[in-house]
Design a protein around this ligand. Sequence first.
Ligand code: 3H9
Length: 692
Amino acid sequence: MTSPVRYSSADGIAVITIDNPPVNALGQAVRQGLWDAIDRLAQDDSAHIAILHGAGSLFLGGADISEFGKPPQPPALPDVCARIEASAKPVIAAVHGPALGGGCEVALGCHFRLAQTGARFGFPEVKLGLLPGAGGTQRMPRLTGYAAALDMIPAGGAASAKGALEIGLIDRVTDGDIVEAAKDYARELLTAGTAPRRVSDLPSPAPDAQAFDTARALWAKKSRGEVAPLQAIDAVAAAALPFADGMAEERRLFLELMETPQRAGLIHAFFNDRKVSKLPELKGVAPRDVAHVGVIGGGTMGAGIATACLLSSLSVTLIERDDASADKARTTITANLDAAVKRGKLRDAAAALSQLTTATDYTALSDVNLTIEAVFEDMTVKKEVFAQLDAVMKPGAILATNTSYLDVAEIAESTKRPQDVIGLHFFSPAHVMKLLEVVVPDGTATDVTATAFALAKRLGKVAVRAGNCDGFIGNRILATYRGAADRMILDGASPFDIDAAIKGFGLPMGPFEMADLAGLDIGYMTRARKVATRDARDVTPTWADEMYHKGWLGQKTGQGYYTYEGRKGTPNPEVGPLIIAARGDRPQQSFDAEQIQRRYMAAMVNEAAKVVGEGIAARPLDVDVTLLYGYGFPRWRGGPMHWADSVGLPALLDDIRTWAETDPYFWQPAPLLEQLVSDGRSFADLNKDSTK
Ligand code: 3H9
């Protein structure tokens, strides 16, 4: 087998090229290849200095993540970095594109670092539940001091070439060809007779107690149960020790993290991010053009969708019913774009705004490639809009609806081109939230689905394919776990205990804080909509209906489950009596945080298993991605299906069957869950099946 590391030498300069597409990950063959290349450099009398660079579009993407969790194969990356550093002949890291994680550590193991403008140096390890484990926590602070290292490493951050030069992480920046510039640098160093400059020989950084206090306080607050950022700070602190001792401490902490479920959850999420858009049905299907997008409706959602498109340099034509509404939409979009400039997401708000046209007549849409309807959630209204779109839009244009629960097939069938109709369910605020559910009714053309995925990519969103049912993937599962929370209230838990337990699990908000934020009128309307189809055995949160009738709509009225001063809420004491009345003579029990979490999660997973079993979600991983990007599920838990696998499906099913004894209607086990348990299989097995 040919090595992914090539060695060549001419005019006294060796060039070591790492060529391991797609991202030059530092798998075993690359590590061995690097080791051998440094041996060869030592023996190559014609070479006096070496350049190390990556082939393709980047330097090195880091350790090979797919090796994690498997038995380690030598040589280990810290040893490879030490081997490079120990070279008697100088080695220059010539960096273009990203140098991430272990890739950045290899650069720090080299004696000199040259970067092309556009290069990026970073330590994303904490985003995988790890910390830099090949000397990054020891070498970076020796070059930059503690403060810069503590800015970057616990955050999983990165610096541009210019930024890296400013903090002392690298030596030079060039605009030219990276290998040619590195050769010039090499000749300069040879002429000057410069010896290898080993970072491990540099003294420990000057103590900086304040930098540590700031970082610890920040991450204690920000990490919400995630362990890697705080461990990463501990590893950086070990740079005060002699280098070898610091390395030993970094290794100990790294290996400790490697064993955590958080590492497994975050790596599951990393690979899912990439798998979610890889659908067999879309393989080789070319998307249609989407340069010009139409949006119907300029309310919060429509304006948010228009903003998202403008942020991605698409032209937008927005239709409102009259000039005053169109002006209002323009004002909202302008404010959204200004806020994006403040957040550093956009440079030129005026340029983006110049791509927006507002109109009151549908004929303005005659030339757009795709229109997204975001009007009132009512089938009759939607059908009227689609009839007008059908009349004016050019052949081959796509008609999309942003409905969050209506039947997309029914909308499609009301047009003369059902094959061109699709659901694009954005989440509010649409220009901020990453999730896009692509709702595909049976008759939709495959290239329309491919276009929806291409649009999501252009918008920087994560698209998940969903089948057509009430609530699609996310809101259908949400309705069920919200139902479990309401049942726990009737059985004896308080909404405040439930919120605290769910936050303790790692979600940013509990379900009742969320209800207050969304507005209690939303839940009331949803219940009203379902009244005709509600099963007699279903439970209604009558206390929530009373809250609605009292005008307690949550944050917007200053009172809901909590009373608000600004956005800060304190438990509303007047909710308790309403709940007690709703409980009547139902038997009561006490719930601790773990019991609350278990019921809430079991309801989530059981409904998710139904969603997968019915083909609404293509794979369990699609549910995981949906909950992560649309519902605040903690990334470090991987997603509800990954969590379910980690606690074990048989135990979960046992719980569901136990609760079904008293509430058989709500706790109907998902057939897919029963099947998996009886076959001794997991959701991960189903994910694997889907890639075969
Ligand atoms: C580490 O380094 C630990 C060390 O400190 C200590 C060790 C002892 N490994 O993202 P893309 C795959 S931890 C294996 O679409 P892009 C990816 O799954 C590591 N595979 O490309 C995808 O596969 P497929 C720290 C990897 O151009 C394909 O490559 N490093 C790895 O948009 C293309 O990926 C990181 O966390 C990997 N390291 O972006 C960096 N990386 O085609 C993680 C990617 O089958 N990587 N793949 O779906 C990235 O951030 C981006 O991939 C990168 C390129 C910016 C490099």
